[in-house]
Write a protein that binds this ligand. Sequence first.
Ligand code: GLU
Length: 424
Amino acid sequence: MAQVLLPDTQNPNPYAIAQRQFDIAADRLCLDDRLRQVLRVTKRELTVHFPVKMDDGSVEIFTGYRVQHNLGRGPAKGGVRYHPEVSLDEVRALAMWMTWKCAVLRLPFGGAKGGVVCDPKRMSRRELEGLTRRFTSEISIIIGPDSDIPAPDVNTDAQTMAWMMDTYSMHQGYSIPSVVTGKPINIGGSEGRADATGRGVMYVVQEMAREMGLALEGATVAVQGFGNVGSVAARLLHSECGCRIIAVSDHTGGVYNPHGIDPTEAYHYSRANGSLRGLPDSEPITNEELLTLQCDVLVPAALGNQITEANASRVRARIVAEGANGPTTPEADEILAENGVVVIPDILANAGGVTVSYFEWVQDKQAFFWTEEEINAKLRLLMRQSFQEVLERSRAEDVSMRTGAYLLAVSRVAEATQLRGLYP
Ligand code: GLU
């Protein structure tokens, strides 16, 4: 949903950041040099340029990517994003983060990501369908239900997945629902998938609040980004935990009310008006101001590189729960740690989405479907267990939750690689 929120000068290269985060863990684990060389880079990268017929009859050429970082623990898994700022390095970083995310949650997947450079907000539904179908066809040489399973990400949704599933199935001659996750429910999607990432954010915030002795009833929350992750996290933190949502934002800017915003009303307002701007009983604020509001919990749930060395010292939240991928730079991480701000890292905090994607894939494979109650209970269990494992590791080694999560993830992937040995 969100577009670029900060100028390019503040957008460090995400792949370089992902590699630095990996290096910190690899150093601490004294990882074997050859293993380090393998895990530090992506395994397979496909770049495609493809034509799409536009509504005015013209033909436009688009560029897209599908990158697989690691397949050691299972088929590659990860979303597809549509955004004008998509780049190969961004997709590489996102693929690597998916590997660690799946390993933190012990899901039997490796990591992948895809992206198309486009501005979906300026394209019609028909053009988006054409783009999705041709992109799927182009990457069909590496995706598949047992090799690489796409899902929604920024600016893609259940409808996008329906077109991808249909296109892939048309190639094969029969329906293959398990080739993508995040589908509409009546073509093999899972109950609970649409809310899963935001719900997972709520579960880890609950865990962290309990650890810190912070009562969530009445706790103040600011949420950057009001797409599939931010809007759901805001709604659930409000309705299930009694939090006071003091600010929310989208790519056009934010709205603030110290007495609380009703996230469900905000959602209906933003869908009806195309943005949150002008929400009744609220004051406008910028995305930048939202990040530095005094609050108990800050949920960055838009794009990457939002909390940087330029603003980290002004972040006044007690807990930062990363709903987005890569919202905090390594420099900002250090500043936040010095200031006692606890960060629940992306590869844990936003893992609810891929966890229910895993449930969806398993259900598709069995052709047997579970209830929403079962899904949410299983999600809660996995998120809580993983949270506790990450917390324990970070306490045992006196490192941040991010480094704790990386230590768990990298050692699991490294072990899988070693167990499998060298081919040939
Ligand atoms: N795009 C989501 C993520 O970044 C979900 C990926 C998936 O479900 O495969 O985790």
